[in-house]
Design a protein around this ligand. Sequence first.
Ligand SMILES: Cc1ncc(COP(=O)(O)O)c(C=O)c1O
Length: 366
Amino acid sequence: MNIPFFSFAGTHDPLKAELTKAFEKVYDSHWYIMGNSLKEFEKNYAAFSNTTFCTGLANGLDALIISLKTLGIGAGDEVIVPSNTYIASWLSVSYVGAILVPVEPREATFNINPDLIEAAITKKTKAIMPVHLFGQCCEMDKIMQIAKKHNLFVVEDNAQAQAATCNGQITGSFGDINATSFYPAKNLGALGDAGAITTNNADLNHKAQVIRNYGSQKKYFNEIKGVNSRLDELQAEILNVKLKYLNGWTKTRVDLAANYTQMLKGVGDMRLTDIADNCTHVYHQYVIRTNKRDALQEHLTKNNIGSLIHYPIPPHLQEAYKELNYKKGQFPLAEKIAETSLSLPLYPGLKTEEQEYVASIIKKFF
Ligand SMILES: Cc1ncc(COP(=O)(O)O)c(C=O)c1O
């Protein structure tokens, strides 16, 4: 058997006719930027996220940067971020000139540990950026309470967890303004780069709309120095098609994860992900941990099974952040996770017998 780490076949192949029709609709409209497909997607994704507003953007990193900009966060302001995240969360804070204040995760969930947040708050703190890593919703009940107590903004990084929940409330609807990514391999992915913000705040949404379009509401009249970060009509129409299937794909991901958990529980020294009380997981990635990670990955590769490390180097040890002078050992949990994590193949279309094969090869290794 040959099992790739990821495949679009299970999501895209059954939709080829529908996606082609979506392409033709936009092609024939002769209108490619800021048209009806975008308006419709913004309405649909706001409804899906249970928010009043959505603004489509060019990608998830821009969505984070623009979220921070709408809140007026900039030089001298501190933003609490997880030490354990994809570097995009950190880059957004850096790009607006604000100060990163990393907080360690709970080892069992990979997500920011709410019990450590209050100790990181100072007079300069303006916002908390929870990242729903690998598809598990952060403990938003606790995070929102802390934010309220200290009068802080919350910006969710919801790139990886569309449709996950905490106490039944969906990601992208907790914070003041929230960012998501529709990078192709995300749970809801476009056929290219795309992203969005969601919010219940009309003023913040309006600001995001102005920023994404050169700082202009009226053609050639520029109120502020904006950027070009528009979600184009083609990607919006593709996303309109795919959004209808997201709940089904999420269910498939959850079922596939349950299969792995059943097959792999108690095998070797492997540690499987725990889910925080009241939270749900939509398994953007199925991440296991083992002290023999590199040898296990080699063994999987030899047996034609794809796997990936999310992420081999935590942001504070990346070359890009060398000016912050973080030392190895400064965020030990983020480092330990980086040294021991391995993501297994999990995507709609993966068959039970393929999962059984993956599990049997892992059992053979241990
Ligand atoms: C946690 C997280 N935040 C932000 C982003 C940025 O999204 P994009 O690649 O669409 O810019 C990603 C993308 O991988 C991500 O995983």
